[in-house]
Design a protein around this ligand. Structure first.
Ligand code: ZN
Length: 217
């Protein structure tokens, strides 16, 4: 297990190797960032987009939160962290693509399905419950299809539905909707299966997820 002291060892390795090797790149990056892709992923420690997509610093603008969710466009007062990041990515950085990456064995999706935190007070699960209630409608559909929702199939379906909810909510943002319509912005749904390391891509015309090609098939 890694604690912060181990992470400082990692920092030293990074400074002695990674950073030195890419020193020129870092001095370019000090001038500013111009990523063309935004990724919305789960905070889960197993699904780091930079690692899965093998990207370098400066290449992807990332937001991670519980269950890789995008809330709908809302103008109610509040601290809208995801919306602020979206606004910056779309309007200032002008990214060309937004990738939502859900994942297998997602605890947030599991809690949405089980409703185990439903009446928990803030600080004891209530914040999570309030966040994942964005999945309530999708959950009802999953439960209608898979019974009580405790099966493996129900969990996988909930994870896939979560990606679709985020994509639908992305399209409630006027700037995203208009840029998608004009072809300036593309939305991509994906799901990373931890057990076999496979990335699945959503075909929105069928609603099905298919494994991404590994280039050798
Ligand atoms: Zn997760």
């Amino acid at each position: 297990m890694t604690d912060f002291a181990d992470m400082l060892d990692g920092y030293r390795r990074f400074r002695n190797t990674g950073w030195t090797e890419q020193r020129e790149r870092w001095s370019e990056l000090a001038e500013g960032q111009s990523p063309t892709v935004m990724v919305i992923a789960c905070s889960d420690s197993r699904v780091d987009p930079a690692q899965i997509f093998d990207t370098s610093p400066g290449e992807v603008f990332v937001v991670r939160n519980v269950a890789a969710l995008v809330p709908p466009f809302e103008t109610t007062p509040g601290h809208h962290g995801v919306s602020a990041a979206l606004e910056f990515a779309v309007q200032v950085l002008k990214v060309n693509e937004i990738v939502v990456m859900g994942h297998g064995k997602c605890g947030g999706c599991k809690a949405a399905l089980s409703q185990e935190l439903k009446d928990a007070p803030p600080g004891e699960g209530g914040f999570i419950a309030n966040w994942i209630d964005m999945l309530d409608e999708a959950r009802a559909n999953v439960v209608a299809r898979f019974g009580d929702g405790s099966s493996h199939e129900a969990h996988r379906a909930m994870e896939r539905e979560g990606v679709k909810v985020s994509l639908a909510n992305l399209r409630t943002f006027p700037c995203i909707r208009s840029k998608e319509r004009s072809g300036e912005l593309k939305l991509i749904g994906s799901l990373f299966a931890i057990a076999d390391g496979q990335l699945h891509l959503l075909d929105e015309s069928t609603g099905q997820f298919h494994p991404a090609s590994l280039g050798d098939d």
